[in-house]
Ligand binder design. Structure first.
Ligand code: NAD
Length: 492
């Protein structure tokens, strides 16, 4: 199967195109070939998107929203199929793949509701016979660049607010996971989304991503990916004074206080650290534990880890799937060595799985380090794999300080039964998302998603905050006095 760009409502086939293989990380099998587009392909797509945007912006927002209701309904109808394709291309276990598709469905319906809101302010004027209000105006053509770890949810967070607000988009999915984009294009086609509103251009970040950022008619770049790439995107976009929304890496922690319900905390840690094989931007990769309960937490984690079944995520019994590719296996292995060199104690895991039935896939054992120094590389850098670093502290203040010591600020969590500690923590944890008595993952689509410091640049995906990325505020003053009224002068 060869995946070609979807532009202006058409599948763009080409004799000269080059393709790269899409590989199932659970089996090592090639499941598709995806086009490596050129700058010229981007130019063609932007031209189509720009033309379509002029008409799309004039379609009443409730009518634009009707397309989203239909898109959401088709996603719901195809949920099982979409989840299976997602597991095959990305590797996450089928239960989580269903959850991710559900997130896309929820976002479609939530943003469809915005078609009848898109709320602005109506305020009194300081002058007589004058009316004042603000409305959200579309920005134009927007560029969406997405990573492989949530191929459908993240695209939904970006594309649905973009189109309900009257923009048209170009979406560049990660080359590892283009099949979800292909499936979405089939859905756009089936619901009859007007040609040019949704355009998909496959290919490498360095060519397609760069061409999108450099193109003068792409007014917004909404990017999710690593902090390293995000910085580059911001620098290039900044030169063109583009609005660049960045959602980047994380180094998230669960804090376990001495009064916590330890069984509950252990369950939450396992789910948020080893779910999606640690490849969530919100994955728990540090456990900051009070010294009084350190041993209990370690022992219970080790006990529970024995029950983690590893393998192909299409099998319902499997709890931990593969990581995305060989490069990820190497990166995780490198961090195991770094951890050992830094003096951390390896309690479990630490190896690439070589078992006969798994050897063609990319599997890494769930891993637990303890006695990790808060300022070591193991505790500071994003690993993006199933690795927990346990750090011991003596107080809540120290726990918060350790939590905040990293360059990232996406998600944090605290387990405690003490309302004073909980409220102090939710105030002082420097992250965009805080969980109380739950792990670091599990965001819901109707609240903003994103983080501080190296995780973001002040924008948010998801929730109504996403509309701020895809709209410009327009303030409108209507003077019906029939005279010249000078604000700040005639009324003072
Ligand atoms: P990545 O930065 O390698 O790639 C992300 C996207 O950017 C891909 O589509 C890629 O092709 C593109 N890209 C690469 N180079 C580019 C360039 N020079 N110009 C423009 N685009 C370019 O990230 P990844 O490995 O796909 O994803 C994992 C990372 O994403 C992790 O760091 C993770 O924490 C982060 N992430 C963050 C969030 C969040 O909301 N904060 C969510 C999911 C993933």
């Amino acid at each position: 199967m060869k995946l070609n760009n979807y532009v202006n409502g058409n599948w763009q086939e080409s004799e000269q195109a080059t393709y790269t293989a899409v590989v199932n990380p659970a089996t090592g099998e090639e499941i598709a070939q995806v086009k490596l587009s050129t700058e010229e392909d981007v130019n063609i797509a932007v031209k189509a998107a720009k033309k379509a945007q002029q008409e799309w912006a004039l379609v009443p927002a409730p009518e634009r929203a009707d397309y989203l209701y239909e898109i959401g309904s088709l996603m719901k109808e195809r949920k099982e199929h979409l989840a299976e394709v997602l597991t095959k291309e990305m590797g996450k276990v089928i239960e989580e793949a269903r959850g991710e598709v559900q997130e896309g469905i929820d976002m479609a319906f939530y943003m469809a509701g915005e078609g009848r809101r898109l709320v602005g302010d109506t305020v009194p004027s300081e002058l007589q016979n004058k009316f004042a209000m603000s409305v959200r105006a579309p920005v134009g053509v927007v560029g969406l660049i997405t990573p492989w770890n949530f191929p459908i949810a993240i695209a939904s967070w970006k594309s649905f607010p973009a189109i309900v607000a009257g923009n048209t988009f170009l979406w560049k999915p990660a080359t590892e996971t283009p099949l979800m984009a292909y499936e979405m294009a089939l859905i756009y086609e089936e619901v009859g989304l007007p040609a040019g509103v949704a355009n998909i251009v496959f290919g490498a970040g360095s060519t397609v991503g760069t061409a999108m950022i450099e193109h003068p008619d792409v007014r917004v770049i909404s990017f999710t990916g690593s902090t390293e790439t995000g910085r580059h995107v911001a620098e290039r976009g900044g030169r063109h004074l583009k609005k660049v929304s960045l959602e980047m890496g994380g180094k998230n922690a669960v804090i376990v206080m001495e009064d916590a319900n330890i069984d509950l905390a252990v369950e939450g840690i396992l789910w948020s650290a080893y779910g999606t094989t640690g490849q969530r931007c919100t994955a728990c990769s540090r456990v900051i534990v009070h010294k009084d309960v350190k041993e209990e937490v370690e022992n219970k984690l080790l006990q529970q880890m024995e029950g983690l079944t590893i393998g192909n995520g299409l099998d319902e019994k499997i709890k931990v799937g593969p990581v995305i590719n060989k490069k990820a296996l190497r990166k995780i292995s490198d961090y195991i060595e770094i951890g050992k060199e830094e003096g951390a104690k390896l309690l479990a895991g630490g190896n690439v799985l070589q078992k006969e039935d798994l050897k063609d896939g990319h599997y890494f054992e769930p891993t637990l380090f303890t006695d990790v120094k808060w300022n070591s590389r193991l505790a500071q850098e994003e690993i993006f794999g199933p690795v927990i670093s346990l750090i011991v502290v003596e107080s809540l203040e120290e726990a918060i300080k350790v939590n905040n010591s990293v360059d990232y600020g996406l998600s944090s969590s605290i387990y405690s039964q003490d309302v004073n500690k909980i409220f102090q923590a939710q105030r002082d944890l420097d992250t965009g998302i805080v969980y109380v008595n739950a792990g670091t993952t599990g965001a819901e689509i109707h609240l903003p998603f994103g983080g501080t410091k190296g995780t973001g640049n002040g924008h948010r995906d998801s929730g109504k905050a996403a509309l701020d990325v895809f709209t410009e505020w327009k303030s409108i003053y209507v003077d019906f006095s029939g005279t010249l009224q000078r604000a700040q002068i005639d009324n003072n």
